[in-house]
Design a protein around this ligand. Structure first.
Ligand code: DQA
Length: 147
């Protein structure tokens, strides 16, 4: 099984950025933990601070179901603003799970709206870096059921 994690803007600073909201763990450490926990899963990682970069990666990996079984996307603030990312998710063949470190439903009103949630397979939010693990497990369960 192959999964791709895509992180959006400011998530390159994970571990150093507002640790009271997003925690102290870096993405490198989170990926390391995920790869050790799921040794049979190939987990690729892509991060961009640019909307177009995220869309290009969704197109590149999302149009090749043979090369990727699922995409775990934390679009950061673009979650709340980007119809273009929502359209990209609708356009590709590989399923996408939306994830957030923080519980966006309990934050400022703008963060309670997701333009992408409706076109994703599901949403995981509020569990810090564990949100990525929970999304990976959801994909694994789904693939096992479908095989
Ligand atoms: C976030 C939540 C977004 O509202 C915010 O803009 C982020 C991170 C999260 O993971 O909790 O950059 O996606």
């Amino acid at each position: 099984m192959k999964l791709l994690i895509i992180n959006g803007p400011n998530l390159n600073l994970l571990g150093r950025r507002q640790p009271e909201i997003y925690g102290c763990e870096s993405m490198e450490s989170c990926l390391d933990r995920l790869r050790r926990r799921f040794p049979d899963v190939a987990i690729d990682y892509f991060q961009s601070n640019h909307e177009g970069g995220i869309i290009d990666e969704l197109h590149r990996r999302g149009m090749d179901p043979a090369g990727c079984d699922g995409i775990i996307l934390n679009a950061g603030a673009y979650t709340h603003t980007s119809l273009a990312i929502a359209d990209a998710i609708s356009s590709i063949e590989v399923p996408v799970i939306e994830v957030h470190l923080s519980n966006v439903a309990s934050r400022e009103p703008i963060r309670r709206t997701s333009l992408i949630g409706g076109v994703c397979l599901g949403v995981v939010a509020g569990f810090g870096t564990d949100s990525y693990r929970l999304a990976a497990e959801a994909f694994m369960e789904r693939l096992q059921k479908n095989s």
